[in-house]
Ligand binder design. Structure first.
Ligand SMILES: Cc1cc2nc3c(=O)[nH]c(=O)nc-3n(C[C@H](O)[C@H](O)[C@H](O)COP(=O)(O)OP(=O)(O)OC[C@H]3O[C@@H](n4cnc5c(N)ncnc54)[C@H](O)[C@@H]3O)c2cc1C
Length: 301
């Protein structure tokens, strides 16, 4: 695929990169569309097909990569294991003709690429429901708090002062983490050698701050703080920024001015559905890729 390097290709994805096999033979079980121009994807019992690039997966990354390759004049086949596009972007039917998100749902400030993609596809946004007070539940006690104060979504636990210092440190450390290449951070090895739990215990003294830091990790990453490295969390914080605004924890957890600020009209799945529609029969469903081989000379085999 001259002129389009793999690195460039992966960089074009809106979010994390899909595995992409360029001019590489791909064994898909039952690709359900007509073959493309030459020889590559070969479902058992079906006709082989080929393209300049075979993209594995019709999630946002794979679809964006395919879109950019088509725009660059390349032939593309997208092999998707499921019967639908979108991957972790999934509209769950509610039974009345409407859907609600079963995966990615929100968009907020600094998420410029997905905003541009949605605008390009004609998918609008609306404000997330954010009326009334939040509920804070800790040690068997339930309390209500407003989120329009200085602390935003952070609950008024007395540990917040301790917490704010820790969050400040995290924000400063995250500034030295290159988004998508966290291993290039000057202290990558040191930060990747400890869990977030270890760091949070060494850098806070109150149970309230520790509880809230654990809640931050479990609610955003769906793991416990002892199961994820400090570097991973810093990369995640860094990724909540853009060229002009560094990432920070507040932006990740807030609705107002944060990552939960907006939703997509018609549901987030409108984005992959419309992207896939533009790619037409280049996208093949029910086509799980079982193996990827390399062929002498042609690069595929
Ligand atoms: C519950 C939840 C909530 C989220 N909320 C948000 C949010 O509010 N905002 C936000 O920005 N992000 C959110 N995300 C993250 C977002 O959904 C993902 O970052 C994004 O969808 C990832 O896209 P992707 O294309 O990289 O991967 P995926 O969506 O995982 O796509 C990968 C695709 O590859 C296919 N595939 C995998 N292996 C094979 C194979 N061998 N052969 C063929 N096909 C294969 C899969 O079926 C899938 O369709 C959320 C995720 C979850 C799970």
């Amino acid at each position: 695929m001259s002129g389009v390097s793999r690195r460039r290709l992966l960089g074009t994805g809106a979010l994390t990169a899909a595995a992409t096999a360029a001019a590489t033979a791909v064994n898909a079980s039952s690709a359900s569309a007509s073959p493309a121009s030459a020889t590559a994807a070969a479902p058992p019992g079906g006709a082989a097909a080929s393209a300049d690039v075979v993209v594995v997966g019709a999630g946002l990354s794979g679809l964006c990569a395919a879109r950019d390759l088509v725009a660059a004049g390349r032939s593309v086949i997208v092999l998707e294991a499921r019967e639908r596009p979108g991957g972790r972007v999934y509209g769950m039917p509610l039974g009345d003709g409407t859907t609600s998100e079963g995966g990615a749902e929100f968009i907020g400030p600094t998420q410029d690429r997905i905003a541009a993609l949605a605008a390009d596809l004609g998918v609008g946004t609306f404000a997330t429901y954010n009326t009334g007070k939040n509920v804070y539940y800790r040690n068997g006690k339930r309390s209500l708090y407003a989120t329009d104060g200085l602390l935003g979504a952070v609950p008024p636990d007395w540990g917040v002062f301790d917490l704010q210092l820790a969050l400040l440190s995290l924000g400063n450390m995250a500034k030295s983490v290159p988004v998508g290449e966290p291993w290039k951070a000057p202290k990558a090895e040191e930060w990747d050698s400890q869990t977030f739990y270890t760091w949070s215990r060494s850098n806070s003294f109150s149970n309230g701050a520790r509880f809230l830091m654990d809640a931050f990790v479990s609610s955003t990453l769906s793991v416990r703080s002892r199961d994820v490295s400090l570097l991973y969390v810093l990369n995640y914080i860094a990724s909540a920024g853009n060229e002009s605004s560094p990432g920070k924890v507040d932006r990740l957890i807030n609705t107002r001015d944060g990552a939960q600020e907006l939703r997509f009209v018609g549901g987030s799945q409108e984005i992959p559905v419309r992207l896939a529609a533009k790619l037409g029969d280049r996208v093949r469903y029910n086509a799980p890729v079982r193996s990827v081989g390399v062929r002498d000379g042609a690069g595929a085999g």
